[in-house]
Design a protein around this ligand. Structure first.
Ligand SMILES: *[C@@H]1O[C@H](CO)[C@@H](O)[C@H](O)[C@H]1NC(C)=O
Ligand SMILES: *[C@@H]1O[C@H](CO)[C@@H](O)[C@H](O)[C@H]1NC(C)=O
Ligand SMILES: *[C@@H]1O[C@H](CO)[C@@H](O)[C@H](O)[C@H]1NC(C)=O
Length: 242
C-alpha cells in the first residue's frame, strides 16, 4: 500500500496524541512513577525519557514522571553534584510519602546516576565529591523503588550481578568507583532492582580501558532502550502482582 487511507491516518494521529497525553510530567499518585535524572549538559527531561516512555506505552498501568531538578553542569567546577544528590533524596522521599501505594522507577544517565546512586547508597569519598556521606533515602522509602536503571555510571563497580552492557563490563570500574561501604549499603538494600548498563571504553563508567570514547557514552538510549524497557516491564509487573 502506497499511502494510508484517511480513517487509518486519523487512527494513527489519535493514538499518537493519546500516547503523549497519557505520559506527563506530574507528581500525582499513579501505579508507576518514573523519576528521571539527566546527564551533564542535557536539557530536561534528558536521554532516559525515551526509555521511560517506551515502558509507559507498553503497560496498562497508570504512569507519569518527574525530573530531578538540578543544574547538571560539570561536577568538577560547580555544586551540581551536591544540589542534585540532595534533590534526589528530597524528591523521591516526598513522592513516597505522598503516594505510599505507588511504585517508583528511577532512570538516570551519567551525572544523573552519580546523584541517584549516592542518594541511595551514600556518596562522596573523592576530593571532587566531598567526604563520605550516608544514604539520603531511607530503607522504607527504598522499598517503593521497584526498578533502577543506570546508563553510563561513573560509580560503576566490577563483578556485580546487575552489571550489563558490552563484553568485559564485569571487569571495569567507573571514574569514581563506589567505596566498599557504599557497595555494601547499595547491595544490602537494592540487590533486586538495579540494572547498570556500561559500554566498555566509555570514559565515564570504564576509564581504565583508556579508550575514553565519547561516542560510547552517548549511545546508551540507542543501544539499550529496547532491552532495558523489557527489563523494567518485568520488574514493575512482578511488583504489581505481589
Ligand atoms: C515538571 O514539573 C515540575 C512541577 O510542576 C516543574 O517544576 C518542572 O519545571 C517541570 N519540568 C519540566 C522540564 O517540564
Ligand atoms: C513496546 O516494546 C516493543 C518491544 O520492546 C518496542 O519495539 C515498541 O517500540 C514498544 N512500543 C512503544 C509504543 O514504545
Ligand atoms: C577522584 O576522582 C578523580 C577522577 O577519577 C581521580 O582522578 C582522583 O584521583 C580521585 N581522587 C581521590 C582522592 O580519590
Amino acid at each position: 500500500m502506497r499511502f494510508l487511507t484517511l480513517p487509518a491516518l486519523a487512527t494513527l494521529i489519535v493514538s499518537v496524541q493519546n500516547a503523549s497525553a497519557s505520559f506527563v510530567n506530574s507528581t500525582a499518585c499513579v501505579d508507576v512513577h518514573f523519576v528521571l535524572a539527566r546527564g551533564t549538559t542535557e536539557s530536561y527531561p534528558g536521554s532516559t525519557y525515551s526509555l521511560a516512555s517506551q515502558v509507559a506505552q507498553n503497560t496498562t498501568l497508570r504512569t507519569n514522571y518527574e525530573n530531578i531538578i538540578y543544574p547538571a553542569v560539570s561536577e568538577d567546577s560547580s555544586d551540581s553534584y551536591f544540589i542534585g544528590r540532595a534533590a534526589v533524596g528530597r524528591q523521591v522521599t516526598a513522592y513516597a510519602r505522598d503516594c505510599p501505594q505507588s511504585q517508583i522507577v528511577i532512570l538516570s544517565y551519567s551525572q544523573g546516576t552519580l546523584i541517584v546512586g549516592d542518594a541511595l547508597a551514600g556518596g562522596g569519598g573523592n576530593s571532587t565529591l566531598g567526604k563520605p556521606t550516608q544514604p539520603l533515602i531511607s530503607r522504607d522509602v527504598g522499598k517503593q523503588i521497584t526498578a533502577n536503571v543506570f546508563y553510563g555510571n561513573p560509580r560503576h563497580i566490577a563483578q556485580q550481578p546487575y552489571d550489563f552492557g558490552t563484553t568485559g563490563v564485569k571487569l571495569v570500574e567507573g571514574k569514581y568507583p563506589r567505596l566498599a561501604y557504599q557497595v555494601r549499603t547499595f547491595n544490602e538494600r537494592y540487590s533486586e532492582i538495579p540494572g547498570d548498563w556500561c559500554n566498555v571504553g566509555d570514559g565515564v563508567c570504564s576509564p581504565s580501558e583508556g579508550a575514553n570514547a565519547l561516542n560510547l557514552h552517548m549511545a546508551y538510549a540507542k543501544d539499550y532502550d529496547t532491552v532495558a524497557a523489557d527489563w523494567v516491564l518485568q520488574k514493575i509487573n512482578a511488583a504489581h502482582s505481589r
